[in-house]
Design a protein around this ligand. Sequence first.
Ligand SMILES: *Cc1c(COP(=O)(O)O)cnc(C)c1O
Length: 245
Amino acid sequence: MFINYETFRRQADAVREKIAEACRQARRNPSEVRLLAVTKTHPPAAVEYAARYGLEAVGENRVQEAVSKRAQCTAAIRWELIGHLQSNKAALAAAHFDRVQSVDCLKLLTHLDRAAGELGRRLPVLLQINAGHDPDKFGAEPAETTGLLEAALALPHLQVDGLMTIAPLSDNPAVAQRTFVALRTLRDELTARTGAPLRELSMGMTGDLAIAVAEGSTLVRVGTALFGTREQPPGFRVASPAEPP
Ligand SMILES: *Cc1c(COP(=O)(O)O)cnc(C)c1O
């Protein structure tokens, strides 16, 4: 059964306190760091909770799931796509999301730009960077980012707000820290080179949000700490020794 609102409120208060504490340690103003509630795999109630609590946006990682969830929600809240996007779903994404954080190649940029143009809108995006050089993660390689950004800045129907990254999964906090420093450094270089402010640094999740805030995150994407653990996707099974194959 899904959590009730009181449980959510308590968990959200705890996440906000964690962000505030990380800001105090880093001598940052807590108003510089916003909280994106990651509602993937959770019911529409998760979105309603986030809106009632006063959060501005939710994050979903699959287009289809978000489209059907959004149709069931009355909450006034912004929807952001944080999961991998294929070019053939660009038009659907441009129509149903307020921002796409997972833009990592030229083909996707051009498809999103065309779709946004057809909708008569300017679509905010983030460039997703594989700042941790993780073979398991999507995202543009840092070395190819200048070209990608220059292409994005030339497209009339996209607005590049900043960069996004996912740290490699690791028990060693230094891995996440190195990844977040790399993203911030890359942003500073890109801003110096192109003049684009790239204000948004979307980095940090449940397990590494304090490190991300210390390294300059402006947006932490949090699911588990707000809503509890997610169920595994359909078809996912862990082989257990007690279970014959
Ligand atoms: C699922 C997801 C999150 C949230 O992860 P938690 O560990 O549950 O906080 C953040 N960012 C992306 C891109 C995700 O897919």
